[in-house]
Design a protein. Sequence first.
Length: 254
Amino acid sequence: MRGDPVIEVRDLSFSFNGTTVLKDVDLTIRSGDFLAMIGPNGGGKTTLIKLILGILKPDRGHIRIFGRPPKQVVSRIGYVPQDIHVNRGFPISAQEVVLMGRMRGVPGWRRISAADRQILKKALEGVSMWEHRSRRMDQLSGGQRQRVFVARAMVSEPEILLLDEPMSNVDARGQADFYELLLDLNKTVTIVVVSHDTMILSSHARSVACVSRHLFFHDAPEITRDMLEMAYQCPVELIAHGLPHRVLDEHSEK
């Protein structure tokens, strides 16, 4: 069950090098939601995530998370960015990567405490990776590495988890397992997933936001013709469950 608003975006606009990336965006995300954010490449999805995190500042409008500016509550947000590069030749283990999440925002160096290790164990168990904790990252599959990165985000014990294209370079079986993991995490954490995979909508998401400079929000786990035309910038025909759309041959001028 979704509760009170945890993220509120109002009248937000953002431009980069004179080009409008987002315009007049309004969005409310409630506690317990599982929001799928879809849209074309370059439509502003990643930019919106960075604005919510406080990494970027809007040209106009404002964002409130738990009623406060993003930078004041960043410790309550977990983030898995789009591109996480791990040097394949660097001998770092899964548990060492996760422990980095406990050091976020901590100046200097400190010892790993017993509490840190307990939280590490809980996080890795939560993503079914505890038995692989000592394996090097280059020995893991794409799906396993993504689970480790989620665990790294979760060791800060966030109330909101933002994931930007987490299924890049993960095979179909790994994707299905990963979405089941997110569904389980959603029992206690509000989740926002940026994805091109509209198949996630029918079985996992509770709401959908389509971002293509403007934002179209639908408070249900389904996509409409307007959302698809906005996302793919061409006429579409909605067909059977599990196959969300096909693109029609005739395209209109935009």
